[in-house]
Design a protein around this ligand. Structure first.
Ligand code: CA
Length: 331
């Protein structure tokens, strides 16, 4: 039944994509194929595909007889049964791990055996209504997935379904799953280490792939307030560091540190120190895991903070987020 419904949706999707092309074909300039310059023939093939997904509407015999063989083949391919495969077939290290990050955000972590372009549909019923994509991987098929589900309501049951398209055209889909968000959080603290509060990265050991600080995996991703972005060093392991200037010197009473981690058991920071611009060293702070930010009480005045990795499992160490809480002081 689910496969049938999926087929139905695929047919609808194809029709939606094809509709503008059908309109284009119907409202074209009326030129016959003979009149179309050779270089334009290629670009005029898309309306042909629109014809191909129309078979369930009336196409009279005379029209069909004018459809070249290649188009007929295309129509057969579109009409062929798609098999929507259970997404469990491509899990590398177990089922997806949905993490409720806050009263308004959740994140689904999973690794697939083969590259997939994945999406999650979610909502308060199985009609879903929202769709989210992996944010960090530039839109292509990949294996390490961590899409964020944003804009959730507190204390609400959500349904979600994971879907993926492989590079060979296979389509994978999970069953409907659910999670509940926690009650509304009262957050009045201002993160002085956020770019929103005027903090900036003034030094970093490296960014993955040579990215600039404001690109994917760049150091700014640790200060952007988003759980969906991460600073990743370029294989710095225990040598990774990041240095952050606050908007102004502040008396800090707490910091929060959220290490990144990769499914191949690398990139996770276990311990790091924080050194102020006056040379005071805080920590080392121990991070039990990469599932959340860990908070540590401090009492220090600083205008800048340098975080140095002390211990990790190597590789592309980095941070999902860093935060510092306190009160600005006069220079
Ligand atoms: Ca981030």
């Amino acid at each position: 039944m689910r496969i049938f419904q999926a087929n139905h949706k695929i047919a609808i999707t194809l029709l939606i994509f094809a509709l503008p092309l059908i309109i284009a074909a119907c409202s074209g300039n009326g030129a016959s194929a003979d009149e179309v310059p050779a270089e334009d023939i290629k670009t005029e093939q898309q309306p042909d595909e629109a014809v191909a997904v129309q078979p369930k509407t009336t196409v009279d015999t005379a029209e069909q007889s004018q459809i070249p063989q290649q188009q007929a083949d295309s129509r057969i391919a579109v009409d062929a049964d798609f098999e929507v495969r259970p997404i469990e077939e491509v899990f590398s290290i177990g089922p997806p791990d949905l993490q409720v990050l806050s009263d308004s955000e959740a994140q689904l972590l999973f690794v697939s055996d083969i590259p997939l372009a994945c999406s999650i549909v979610y909502g308060e019923t199985t009609a879903y209504g929202s769709l989210t994509l992996d944010q960090d991987m530039d839109g292509g098929a990949h294996t390490d997935h961590h899409p964020i589900l944003p804009n959730l309501k507190p204390d609400t049951l959500y349904h979600y379904r994971l879907q993926g398209s492989a590079e060979d055209g296979a389509i994978y889909m999970s069953e409907d799953m659910t999670f509940r968000t926690p009650p509304e959080e009262a957050t009045t603290e201002v993160n002085l280490a956020s770019m929103e509060a005027g903090a900036q990265v003034i030094a970093v050991s490296s960014n993955f792939g040579g990215a600039t600080n404001d690109e994917s995996w760049g150091a700014n991703s640790a200060l952007d307030g988003s759980r969906g972005s991460e600073w990743s060093s370029n294989g710095d392991g225990n040598d990774a560091f990041i240095e952050i200037a606050l908007a102004q010197p502040s008396r800090l009473h707490a910091v929060e540190i959220w290490t990144r981690a990769m499914s191949n058991n690398t990139a996770q920071i276990f311990e790091l120190t924080i050194t102020t611009d006056s040379g005071e060293v805080l920590g080392p702070f121990t991070l039990p895991d990469a599932t959340q930010a860990y908070r540590f009480d401090v009492d220090v005045v600083a205008g800048a903070l340098r975080l140095d990795v002390v211990d990790s499992n190597g590789g592309n160490t980095g941070l999902v987020e860093f935060a510092a809480y306190g009160t600005p002081v006069e220079d």
